[in-house]
Design a protein. Sequence first.
Length: 286
Amino acid sequence: MDTEKTHIVPAQVKPTRLQDYGVGIFDSTYTKSALKKAIKKGLIKVNGERASTATMISGGEKITLQGTESNQAHKSFIYRLKVLFEDEYLAVVHKPAGILVNGNTFKTIANALPSNIKPSPLKDACRPQPVHRLDYATTGVLMVGKTSSSIRTLNRLFEQKSIRKEYFAVTIGQMREMSGEISSMINDKPALSEYKVLKTVTSERFEQLNLVTLNPKTGRRHQLRKHLNELGHPILGDRDYYLEGLLLKGKGMYLHAARLEFIHPFTGKSLIIEDDLPKKFKNIFP
């Protein structure tokens, strides 16, 4: 059925472009890319006029979103998630392997959040939404916004690299350098990752396996996976970026988002949220 959703802009300290303000004000515009798509399609109006990404928001405006809503649009996917941290503004959950964070399918982390996350008591509470991505096969910490303002703010913090992310991976082959940087162009944009080898074990099939910690300094799609493959030491179990004859089948990918470190944008507290290594990592590196 056709729907129209409305958002009344509260008083603003200073004017903001719609492409920045509008992230998270509607369930279907919880990322900047989703918002831009809705604006491009002409689905968003400000005070009755078709909006652009450059439309300025200063307070008091009526923003509407036109769309078609399916009968299942707001049904929750009943799927138990481990909640690592939660307050009235945001939450951090463990994302298992083998499930999408969001997308055009019902079985996603986004659709499982309402049955796992407590509703926020704040005035701008909304349906909880992930504010960054993890690949289908990747496990680990995933941050969620619970209010319109927190979704916008957290998106901005990730864009500004104000949230430090740390990953663990198992890589293939004998790595010559125990630590270093990997720099290259990904999708015509500069990408930089730091790595450090923590442990190694010999392997009959792969010569050597390495437990590596990774810190992405930029946020390109598949950055860590591409960078390690470019280095000649792809992630064990990666089905997209691998060396011929060295693809591990049936065990999943050994990439884990282990830690988020940031200053809480609303309470000012310094937070470190960690997620233990999966059992399959510990089986290789006891």
